[in-house]
Design a protein around this ligand. Structure first.
Ligand code: SAH
Ligand code: DHB
Ligand code: MG
Length: 229
């Protein structure tokens, strides 16, 4: 049987219903985003659960997110923080950020989360000035052409043992196409070349299918002084 998009979506729905159920705050965040006309491109519930498990596995107290949208992934990440943990999320669109702030407030996470509005590349020098970080986990999910730049900054501001996760790197399989001239694809391939030459990380990329189609994510473990596994 050749699986198709309908099958991928049905499996995601089953996994959500069994292992990654929603709740009032998550439903509220998605409803507010839809009502405000935001695109429905948040992580799927199973992907969100994985992000939460990664936050817990590293015992993260400091998380940085690139790309807030309506705050769905932000809420999931923030809920998984260790006690007293903080999350900074960077969002270019002021209207999206307003929607997200309200949903995060309703989720009871207003004190743990700070959203900064503006292009993420502009926010990074200020974070530097403030001495932000080191971060325990970074989730890169904003404009895909800049993923390599966000990754480079994250690596310089991550503690040993930290995780850096980049969403949407496989892009319908175009990651494997060296002839692609799509700028987002070229950027993901460049990210991989950088990772290959970077002694400070161990990384891999996992292809996914699901309610959002065929894509995948890269996970990089920042050198914890046990390189060369
Ligand atoms: N992480 C969210 C989805 C993010 S979608 C979730 O899973 O719930 C990508 C987001 O990146 C969009 O909200 C978009 O406005 C934002 N974005 C695009 N370009 C950006 C930039 N240069 N800096 C910061 N955010 C950007
Ligand atoms: C898009 C962005 C995402 O982060 C995603 O997971 C899927 C799609 C987009 O910009 O289309
Ligand atoms: Mg994404």
């Amino acid at each position: 049987m050749a699986a198709d998009q309908e099958t991928f979506a049905a499996v995601d729905a089953f996994v959500e219903a069994t292992l990654a159920p929603d709740d009032e705050a998550l439903r509220g965040a998605l409803a507010a985003a839809a009502a405000a006309g935001l695109p429905p491109i948040q992580v799927s519930p199973p992907q969100g659960r994985l992000l939460q498990m990664l936050v817990r596995l590293v015992g993260a107290r400091t998380v940085l997110e690139f790309g807030t949208l309506g705050g769905y992934s932000t809420i999931l990440l923030a809920r998984a923080l260790a006690d007293g943990g903080r999350l900074i999320s960077l969002e270019a669109d002021a209207g999206y950020a307003e929607v997200a702030r309200a949903s995060i407030e309703r989720a009871g996470l207003g004190a743990a989360v700070e959203i900064r509005v503006g292009p993420a590349l502009d926010a990074l020098p200020r974070l530097d000035e403030e001495g932000a970080g080191p971060f325990d986990l970074v989730f890169i999910d904003a404009d895909k052409v800049n993923t390599p730049r966000y990754f480079a900054w994250a690596l310089d501001h991550a503690r040993p043992g930290a995780l850096i996760v980049a969403d949407n790197v496989v892009r319908d399989g175009s990651l494997g196409d060296g002839a692609s001239d799509d700028p987002a694809t070229v950027a993901q391939r460049q990210l991989h070349e950088t990772l290959a030459a970077e002694p400070r990380v161990t990384a891999t990329t996992i292809q996914t299918v699901g309610s959002k189609g065929y894509d995948g994510f890269t996970i990089a473990l920042v050198d914890d002084d046990r390189p060369g596994i």
